[in-house]
Design a protein. Structure first.
Length: 168
């Protein structure tokens, strides 16, 4: 492939991604005023259940409480991000909230709310191991935000072997 063709392809892809991201953010925003929308909560719920599989309580009621608390802490974490990072995350969630974005970026055929844990885990693994930096970065954002929000709660520290801060 000639260098000129490669540059044209890159520029076209960037314009297309910006247009799709902008349109998706307008139609199905992932964040509004630094807080998760229903779309964003749906995505982080599926990712949370999949990433935290073995660390969540086994009892259904307790698991639901833990997931709800996780989503609330994700909101708090996002609210602390700088505006440019919130904007990038909003675009990511908006794109993943559309069927084309979910399939193209995550490789997930099923909507987030009805996807099985195994399907979401497979999609996340595909993103993590992808040769495309964009997919790897999307995975890292979803994984790291989920893990940071979950393990920021003192009641989860024992799972990490962390006794808590030392009394001074």
């Amino acid at each position: 492939m000639q260098r000129r063709t490669l540059l044209k392809l890159g520029a076209t892809s960037a314009v297309l991604l910006a247009a799709v991201g902008g349109t998706a953010a307008w139609i199905r925003p992932g964040l509004v005023r630094g807080r998760l929308t229903a779309t964003g909560r749906e995505i982080f719920r599926a990712v949370g259940i999949s990433v935290l599989d073995k660390t969540l309580p086994e009892q259904l009621d307790a698991k639901e409480v833990a997931i709800t608390a996780l989503l609330d802490r994700v909101d708090v974490l996002i609210g602390q991000l700088p505006p440019h990072a919130q904007g990038e995350l909003a675009q990511l969630l908006s794109i993943l909230g559309t069927s084309a974005g979910r399939l193209g970026l995550a490789g997930l055929n099923t909507p987030w709310a009805s996807a099985s844990m195994a399907d979401v885990q497979e999609a996340l693994q595909g993103m993590r191991l992808s040769g495309l930096a964009l997919r790897q970065q999307a995975y890292a954002a979803l994984h790291d935000i989920t893990a940071a929000a979950y393990f920021s709660a003192p009641d989860t520290w024992h799972q990490l072997g962390y006794p808590g801060p030392l009394a001074l």
